[in-house]
Design a protein around this ligand. Structure first.
Ligand code: MTE
Length: 315
């Protein structure tokens, strides 16, 4: 990934937001842990999005074991190449319409369909998960997402027995995404995983962040999350989920296969060809902490890779 290593002074020094403040804010919104799928309000501009609730009961199974990243850091330091290679894409991404939004389930499934996002959000059971996110560039954040397990979409789609892989296609809108003019990138941004990875309980579809709709710069209105993999696997603004018998070659893998692979599981002992993966820098505090195998989620996902030791699982 052609990345620019940020200097220390580019990030504000601030302490992590204490959890009670985040919860207190949600109480103030009158949500107090209740599902508020009314969150899925029509897109009415950034101000309306700021006020819209998108909260759900927190699932305690995914203990963050770290302080939450301050919201302003998690939503103000982003990778979203469709809007350029700067980390500050908030203003540019605000031009991406968030509604109406449909999600297509297609390919090798019994029930191909197109789902309106608001209808979908009413059909699934929403939960909040505080998850660690580890970018391949060696920065990390810990943030509360609202959404539902990808397994729920598998149930809706009914993958056929031949389907072995899942592709996540993300929006490519030339009218609002200046990065698409950079023709050396293999647009659109497509990511993929095995069907077993998609069915794993950790694979999550997020429509909310910090109790509000996911801001456009973080992948709104809906993105996928693979918290045990490097962040580039977690595609933003998903439009189509395609089930296939062929292993997808994803965006970064097409661009630089020697540096970015299909599996991309986090492993501190396997360096990126150009830098170490042993530590990560926490957004907000700038603290440097050791990286963990599978980003600390081995208890949920290690079993997925039994017998695959010959694969480049950590690139
Ligand atoms: N999805 C799209 N469509 N385009 C991107 O450039 N960047 C990826 C991933 N998903 C990216 C994307 C990378 S490299 C990372 S680290 C995460 O999004 C960053 O997510 P964040 O900005 O919410 O922290």
């Amino acid at each position: 990934m052609p990345i620019r290593i940020p200097r220390g002074w580019e990030l504000p020094e601030s302490a992590a937001t204490p959890e009670h403040l985040v919860l207190g804010r949600r109480k103030a919104l009158g949500l107090g842990g209740l599902i508020a799928a009314g969150a899925a309000l029509p897109w009415q501009g950034a101000a309306a999005q700021e006020a819209a609730p998108m909260a759900a009961m927190r699932n305690p199974a995914y203990r963050p074991e770290r302080a939450l990243t301050p919201e302003k850091d998690a939503t103000g330091y982003n990778n979203y190449y469709e809007f350029g290679s700067s980390k500050n894409v908030t203003a540019a991404a605000a031009r991406l319409p968030q509604r109406p939004w449909t999600l297509k389930l297609e390919g090798m499934v019994d029930k191909p369909q197109e789902l309106g996002l608001d209808d979908l959000l009413k059909r699934v059971s929403l939960e909040e998960r505080v998850l660690r996110h580890r970018c391949v560039e060696a920065w990390a954040m810990t943030v509360p997402w609202t959404g539902f397990p990808m397994a729920e979409l598998l149930k809706l789609a009914g993958p056929q027995s031949g389907a072995k892989f899942v592709e996540f296609h993300t929006v490519a809108d030339r009218a609002v995404m200046p990065g698409l003019r950079q023709s050396w990138y293999p647009w659109p941004y497509v990511e993929g995983c095995t069907l077993a990875e998609a069915a794993n309980e950790l694979c999550f579809m997020a429509a909310g962040l910090y109790g509000k709709p996911v801001p456009a710069q973080n992948g709104g209105p809906i993105r996928v999350l693979f918290p045990w993999k490097y962040g580039f696997k977690s595609g933003k603004a998903i439009t189509t989920i395609r089930f296939t018998d062929k292993r997808p070659v994803s965006f970064w893998e097409q661009l630089q296969p020697t540096e970015y692979g299909f599996w991309a599981n986090v492993n501190p002992e396997v360096p990126h060809p150009r830098w170490s993966q042993a530590h990560e820098r926490l957004l907000g505090s700038n603290e440097r902490v050791p990286t963990k195998l599978f980003n600390g989620y081995g208890e949920f996902v290690a079993g997925l890779y039994a017998g695959l030791e010959k694969e480049r699982l950590y690139l």
